[in-house]
Ligand binder design. Structure first.
Ligand code: NIG
Ligand code: FE
Length: 421
């Protein structure tokens, strides 16, 4: 017998990734809260076998090289590999940009002042309403290319710039069409509670009726979540409660923009309603933090937004972690309050502004983000059985995720076991 026939035959897999200098990943299917948020698995000299769109084996390269042969192989070049990044709060369906408002804020006007003068969310309505589904898809797809280049393999995608029943449903259809034609996976959220549309000015209750009676029922088969902007200048606590309770009755999960600009008690409401996430939270109270921790409602924090809005108040992320919350980190990509798609940028700002370690920041942009979308069993970590979403970077180790600012370190991106970038 020859040596060749003596050894076990190599198992063929769809993709074998070799040369991973360091693999850093959180572990598990549940959100990591408190001190466990900073606990990563960090392994050196790793190979990863993917098959059927999932991770089949992860281990020392010498071991896997003796067991698997890839139909396709990819050399990670000795860099850091991390799970595909998950952005759990984005508003990517819009037509025009709003750089003029950015200039106004730089000159000293506030976000609320600009909104009161007809800017803000309302200024994005016209573009979405006037556009066909095809045109909106044409502007969305290059944005998804950019997300992918930046290592983001899954985004939560909100509508909210249509604000008629038909235009909100059109936004959801655009998200569905993008899902069919792009490697980035989009989790659809209907943000019918983004604002009171101008034609309902002074008649917010009537718009709430339309959303509850017409929009949520029609959106229920197209969206995973419903969302509301709970803020005194938009929807107060009682209006938000009505919107969210009605969405829940239609089977939609709940995400909420709360306590972003003022301390209204939106976190307490999100906790009471058992929302999947409470987002922003710059002005959350200690009572609100305790309520979120108690009910296991995940904060979704957006560290670039106060920076963009030139607001001094940061979300008290450390206090949330100490209270036992499991925060996710997101861009909040949108034309008004954050025109940035990079979760690498988010990780660095989370370190600098919140005092998060690199390990905590990675958990916030992977497993905790996936869990906030109800996908912790499928996404958010590099583990056998999960969907094979993997980002290969040129970074030497995971502490460089937060240390380096302003450069995209992504070499290759694998989505569902396929080399997508
Ligand atoms: O998350 N807070 C509400 N919505 C966005 C801003 C949207 C806009 O200004 O267009 C946000 O910051
Ligand atoms: Fe938002």
């Amino acid at each position: 017998m020859t040596a060749q026939s003596n050894s076990e035959p190599l198992q063929e897999v769809e993709l074998l990734v070799t040369g991973v200098g360091e693999l850093a990943t959180p572990l598990g299917q549940e959100p990591l809260s408190g001190s466990s948020m900073g606990r990563l698995s960090v392994q050196k000299g790793i190979a990863v076998a993917c098959d059927g769109g999932r991770f089949l084996a992860i281990g020392p390269e010498a071991d896997l090289a003796g067991r698997f042969r890839g139909r396709e192989t990819l050399d990670a070049g000795g860099g850091l590999a991390i799970p595909g990044l998950v952005d759990s709060h984005t508003h990517p369906v819009f037509l025009g940009t709003r750089e003029g408002e950015f200039e106004q804020r730089v000159a000293g006007r506030s976000y609320v002042e600009i909104a009161a003068a007809g800017g803000g969310i309302r200024s994005s309505l016209e573009g979405v309403r006037a556009s066909t589904e095809l045109l909106l898809l044409e502007v969305l797809l290059p944005r998804l290319d950019r997300f992918l280049q930046l290592g983001t393999t899954t985004i939560e995608a909100k509508t909210g710039y249509g604000l008629t029943v038909a235009d909100e449903l059109k936004g959801l259809d655009v998200i569905a069409a993008a899902n069919r034609s792009h490697a980035v996976e989009l989790i659809p959220t209907c943000l019918g509670g983004h604002d009171v549309p101008p034609e309902f000015k002074g008649r917010a209750e009537e718009w709430i009726d339309v959303v509850c009676q017409e929009l949520w029922p029609a959106a229920a088969s197209k969206a995973a979540f419903a969302d509301v902007f709970t803020e005194s200048h938009v929807f107060g606590l009682e209006a938000s409660r009505r919107l969210m309770e009605s969405a829940r009755e239609q089977g939609l999960g709940l995400r909420m923009h709360v306590d972003q600009l003022t301390s209204l008690g939106g976190a307490e409401l999100a906790a009471e309603l058992g929302a999947a996430s409470a987002d922003h939270l710059e002005h959350v109270s200690d009572h609100g933090i305790a309520a979120l921790a108690e009910r296991g409602v995940q904060p979704v924090l957006c560290p670039l937004v106060p920076l963009y809005l030139r607001e001094a108040q940061e979300a008290p992320a450390r206090r949330m972690i100490e209270a036992g919350c499991a925060p996710a980190l997101s861009t909040d990509f949108n034309p008004g309050s954050c025109y940035c798609m990079s979760l690498f940028e988010v990780m660095t700002w989370a370190a600098l502004r919140y005092g998060m370690s690199a390990a905590e920041a990675l958990t916030g942009t992977t497993l905790n983000a996936a869990c906030s979308l109800g996908l912790g069993h499928e996404l958010g970590s590099v583990e056998v059985g999960k969907r094979a979403d993997l980002v290969l970077t040129d970074l030497p180790n995971h502490t460089h995720l937060t240390y380096e600012l302003g450069r995209n370190p992504v070499r290759r991106v694998i989505k569902g076991g396929v080399v997508a970038q």
